[in-house]
Design a protein around this ligand. Structure first.
Ligand SMILES: *[C@@H]1O[C@H](CO)[C@@H](O)[C@H](O)[C@H]1NC(C)=O
Ligand SMILES: *[C@@H]1O[C@H](CO)[C@@H](O)[C@H](O)[C@H]1NC(C)=O
Ligand SMILES: *[C@@H]1O[C@H](CO)[C@@H](O)[C@H](O)[C@H]1NC(C)=O
Length: 442
């Protein structure tokens, strides 16, 4: 994800009016989902007041960065391929992002630069023309040889974002429905055959989950408070669960039914990413509906809950011990206020433990770009400090992204590829064989 760029583009498109409209709908409250929900025995959630405290990384909380690079602690973590539930698992993961859900900002050579997202591209050139471009990307961007390569570096978990259009052709949607599932099946079964755990995610949702390119299309926020789109989402979820059940090992797959949802883009990546109480109630209604569906299909499939940058602690009170859930928190240091690279390792060590809850927490996305003063030499420590801290205090992590194709310069040394591409980190010796750790700060 590169939401900094997407938000800039969104504001350039003048979509703050859309954001205001979404926010008005949120505060007017109320939507008529009862009939859809009664079909699986749940009702509209109205218990938003039960939420816990928000948690967001406090970038200035720890340390002074002095001498960071001189410190290099080793840890022996035997990354295991024996997932038996998130409460005992330690993920050493990588995302296969910008593959089946293409992000213009991560793979600019797939979607031509005049289009901000797949929706706009396909709508402009027609599906007959965007389809072959996307199919070629699906066929080539990640293949089983990448899985072999990642396995050599200790990767035991892969997280695969998809668009809803991979699963269900929603009428009127300009997202492309093609052979995504064939590619997904090949990679998933291959990774499972290597003993890996696979997380299948819905990045986009019908109508638009967060007004960003990744949520359907830039400026689309109609997933929220929209009965039609809720209904389509349920159909998408049915397809995902059906797919999981026909893989070679359904009990090694986690399902994440939303990614970074946000009902008012002006608050994206803040502790108000989802509005209180209406957004919270709507999101919980959806999650509870998905959870009920999972329980009917296969109770061994964990549901992964995107914390929408509000912290797992905010959402934990809505769930009961024994429910098969895991939270997904995304920690990035490239966008937030003023983080210099030499502070990141120390911050990471201190704050991973503070992100823990009574439910397992997985860091489903992180990168090693800092806002200021990136250095190539510091990458190993910054990568390994996060890899270690997230496994030590939480349920592990998945780096974003497996590959990247962006040569824009970062602040300091190098390009985006040097800080966001796992394949590049392997080539440059930042990531060690077997996922070994010899340069952690903590
Ligand atoms: C629901 O979302 C669709 C777009 O996905 C939009 O056309 C429709 O107007 C929305 N309905 C309501 C009631 O807002
Ligand atoms: C950023 O890096 C430059 C060059 O290495 C260094 O002189 C400067 O002190 C750094 N800034 C901070 C705030 O550490
Ligand atoms: C960590 O291991 C790599 C690869 O063997 C090596 O190049 C590097 O010097 C080691 N770093 C430390 C601090 O031992």
């Amino acid at each position: 994800m590169r939401y900094g760029i997407a938000i800039t583009a969104l504001l350039a498109l003048g979509s703050s009016a859309d954001a205001a409209a979404i926010s008005d709908r949120a505060s007017s409250g109320g939507w008529g989902l009862a009939s859809i929900l009664s079909a699986f025995g749940i009702s509209v959630s109205n218990d938003a007041g039960k939420h816990g405290p928000t948690f967001s990384i406090n970038y200035n909380a720890h340390g002074n960065g002095v001498g960071a690079w001189q410190k290099a602690v080793s840890h022996s973590i035997p990354w295991r391929n024996n997932f038996q539930g998130w409460s005992t698992y330690k993920a050493n993961g990588v995302n296969l992002g910008s593959w089946l859900e293409v992000e213009q900002g991560n793979t600019p050579n797939v979607i031509p630069s005049q289009y901000p997202d797949e929706w706009t591209f396909c709508s402009a050139v027609g599906k007959g023309a965007c389809g072959p471009v996307l199919e070629n990307h699906y066929r080539t961007w990640f293949t089983t040889s990448d899985i072999d390569n990642f396995a050599r570096y200790g990767i035991n978990t892969i997280r695969i974002p998809t668009t809803y259009a991979a699963w269900y052709a929603v009428p009127g949607s300009q997202l492309y429905t093609g052979n995504q599932l064939a590619y997904l099946r090949t990679i998933t079964n291959y990774a499972l055959s290597k003993g890996m755990h696979v997380i299948i995610g819905l990045h986009s949702l019908p109508g638009g989950a967060n007004s960003l390119d990744i949520g359907e299309a830039l400026g689309h926020g109609n997933w929220w408070y929209n009965q039609t789109n809720f209904d389509f989402s349920m159909k998408v979820v049915d397809q995902v669960l059906g797919f999981i059940q026909t893989t070679i090992n359904p009990n090694q797959i986690t399902f994440e039914p939303a990614n970074e949802p946000c009902d008012d883009i002006r608050n994206f990546a803040t502790p108000n990413t989802i509005s209180y109480p209406n957004g919270v109630n709507y999101y919980n209604t959806y999650l509870r509906a998905v959870y009920a569906k999972i329980q009917k299909v296969n109770r061994n499939i964990p549901m992964m809950i995107s914390d929408a940058f509000m912290g797992a602690s905010y959402w934990a009170p809505f769930w009961q011990q024994g429910q098969n859930i895991v939270f997904d928190s995304h920690f990035y240091f490239f966008a937030a206020s003023g983080v210099y690279s030499q502070f990141v390792s120390d911050i990471t060590c201190g704050q991973a433990s503070a992100a823990a809850t009574s439910f397992p927490v997985f860091v489903g996305e992180f990168s090693i770009e800092s806002k200021y003063n990136n250095t190539l030499a510091a990458r190993r420590q910054i990568y390994q400090s996060q890899q270690y801290a997230y496994a030590q205090y939480l349920s592990g992590s998945a780096f974003w992204d497996g590959k990247l194709d962006v040569t824009d310069r970062v602040d300091g040394e190098g390009t985006k590829n040097d800080y966001w591409s796992f394949a590049n980190l392997i080539k440059d010796g930042v990531v060690l064989p077997g996922g070994a750790i010899n340069s952690s700060f903590c």
